[in-house]
Design a protein around this ligand. Structure first.
Ligand code: PXP
Length: 247
């Protein structure tokens, strides 16, 4: 991971490389190759979500990626015994706990860190015990940030989905202000702040400019854009958008 203070890390989520592969059930396109390309294009980490239904990334992908890539892996996972056991076995650099509903198309809301304190606490503790950096994917709300701090999570990832939707509707000011307030509030609590979901070349700038953020995790747009310009070019352009916002 980069050391420059103003450098905003980019975690590239490669789930949808596996989605395309799984559409035919074969081995192409290969998530491992995508991870290697992402590294060469300047990604600071690789993010994967091992979902309960294995709709994209599989256990085998996790095993192969863990053994082969130099970049830190951020494993998105539901707070279940099954996922905890997998995380403890693989010991990724980081684990991001996300809510998961079988019927959802993607992760729709943030984790209710405030309401699920008792079930989350032992999972967070066990992940931290083996040195995994834990983050909680939450809505940009003070009570969720306070709950994350109480739970001892060192990192939170702010859900930028509502901001991205509002941006598409032409009025993102209120959602951006919520993210900015949450970033400030979270930093004051001593949390490391990440953000992600629905980010694109067009909407990433105002989020990347929030000075408290240390990392963005971006997937669907990059993989979709890679169809047109290639993964390398898509990641480099996203990197440039982020750097420009920070400069
Ligand atoms: N962060 C989290 C916690 C996510 O669940 C996702 C989607 O898997 C992302 C970031 C990336 O979102 P997107 O694919 O829309 O860029």
């Amino acid at each position: 991971m980069s050391q420059r203070p103003s450098h905003l890390r980019l975690g590239v989520n490669i789930d949808h490389v596996a989605t395309i592969r799984n559409a035919r059930g074969g081995v192409h396109p290969c998530p491992l190759r995508a991870a290697e390309m992402a590294a060469a294009a300047g990604a600071d980490g690789i993010t994967i979500h091992l979902r309960e239904d294995r709709r994209h990334i599989t256990d085998d992908d996790l095993t192969r990626l863990s053994g082969a890539i130099a970049l830190p892996i951020n494993l998105e996972m539901a707070a279940t015994d099954e996922m905890l056991a997998i995380a403890l076995a693989h010991k990724p650099h980081a684990a991001c706990i996300v809510p998961e509903r079988r019927a959802e198309r993607t992760t729709e809301g943030g984790l209710d860190a405030a309401g699920q304190h008792n079930s989350l606490q032992p999972i967070i503790a066990r992940l931290k015990d083996v040195g995994i950096r834990v983050s909680l994917f939450i809505a940009p709300e003070e009570r969720q940030l306070e709950a994350a701090a109480r739970l001892g999570a060192p990192v939170v990832e702010l859900h930028t989905g509502p901001y991205a939707h509002a941006f598409d509707d032409g009025d993102a000011a209120a959602e951006l202000a919520r993210l900015a307030r949450a970033a400030e509030f979270g930093a004051a609590l001593g949390l490391e702040l990440h953000a992600g979901h629905g980010l694109t070349y067009a909407n990433v700038g105002p989020v990347a400019a929030l000075p408290q953020l240390a990392e963005l995790n971006i997937g669907h747009f990059l993989i979709g854009e890679a169809v047109f310009v290639g993964l390398d070019a898509a990641i480099r352009r996203m990197r440039a958008c982020m750097d420009e916002a920070r400069s």
